[in-house]
Design a protein. Structure first.
Length: 269
């Protein structure tokens, strides 16, 4: 496990287990937690080359259909690097860069590079999906498990996204879009139309995200956690049914840059 830090902020990242942050400590408060032992249920981890669920657990690349193994019944969920060991490319006091190839399960030679960097404003993450062979579709995302309660303070969240992709009984988008009503939750849905979302423990901490792409998934159905997930596209996003799909080529990687800006509240000593 590797640590990066800057002033009163530190992250512990396990390069052997999906390149995930196990801890994100801010002024003595660990804002990440664990809902369970399964890889999808704890920390903060990268999702690539897809985020969320894919229809029928299949992807079409260059006209050929490729099926993927179920890793969370009944889904092949959150990509191919969920449990992977990453290679350390660079590790400094406040910066870490990791890389992982997708392997033989993916129909092209490609992979993902993840960079974490702490500065005076908070955290910057940059995820880059690259190809060493042919083009392929990709959706990238980060999946943080934020604790709903810190030091007895309950969190709230908001976003400037204004559309929600209507979710069907199969948990996938139906193709319809609706006006987002933040009071209509709880959610396990893809939002679009904005670049910002935030989680706040009033008087204690606020994390405001600014994402390079206008997509978020929010999962707040559980009593103890809120997952605010910046992404480059929605669930089932490799199909192109719900939004234009991003294609990765040897000359054109897909890059998602997210600023996680930290504001400290008056309750902190």
């Amino acid at each position: 496990m590797l640590t990066i830090s800057h002033e009163d902020v530190s992250l512990v990242i396990d390069e052997t287990d999906g390149g995930r942050a196990l801890s994100w400590l801010i002024a003595g408060h660990d804002i990440l937690g664990s809902h369970g032992a399964h890889a999808i249920n704890h920390g903060m981890y990268p999702m690539a080359p897809w985020a969320g669920r894919i229809r029928d657990n299949e992807v079409t690349v260059n006209g050929a259909v490729h099926s993927f193994a179920v890793n969370f019944d009944p889904w092949a969920i959150h990509g191919l690097v969920l449990r992977s060991e990453f290679t350390v490319i660079d590790h400094q006091a406040n910066r870490l860069m990791l890389e992982r190839d997708f392997g033989e399960d993916w129909p092209a030679r490609g992979g993902v590079q993840c960079e974490w960097s702490l500065d005076d404003g908070g955290l910057i993450t940059e995820m880059t999906c690259f190809s060493r062979s042919t083009e392929f579709p990709a959706v990238l995302g980060w999946h943080p498990w934020f604790r709903r309660e810190l030091a007895g303070v309950q969190a709230s969240w908001t976003t400037d996204c204004h559309e929600v992709l209507v979710r069907g009984t199969d948990s996938l988008p139906t193709g319809e879009r609706a006006r987002l009503d933040l009071d209509a939750g709880p959610f396990d849905d893809a939002f679009t139309g904005g670049h910002h979302a935030s989680i706040e423990w009033p008087g204690l901490l606020r994390i405001e995200t600014e994402n390079s792409h206008p997509w978020y998934v929010v999962f707040d159905e559980l009593p103890n956690f809120i997952c605010i997930e910046p992404q480059t596209g929605p669930a089932d996003g490799l199909s192109g049914r719900h939004a234009p799909v991003s294609m990765v080529t040897p000359d054109q990687p897909l890059v998602m840059r997210t600023r996680w800006r930290i504001t400290r509240g008056q309750q902190e000593g």
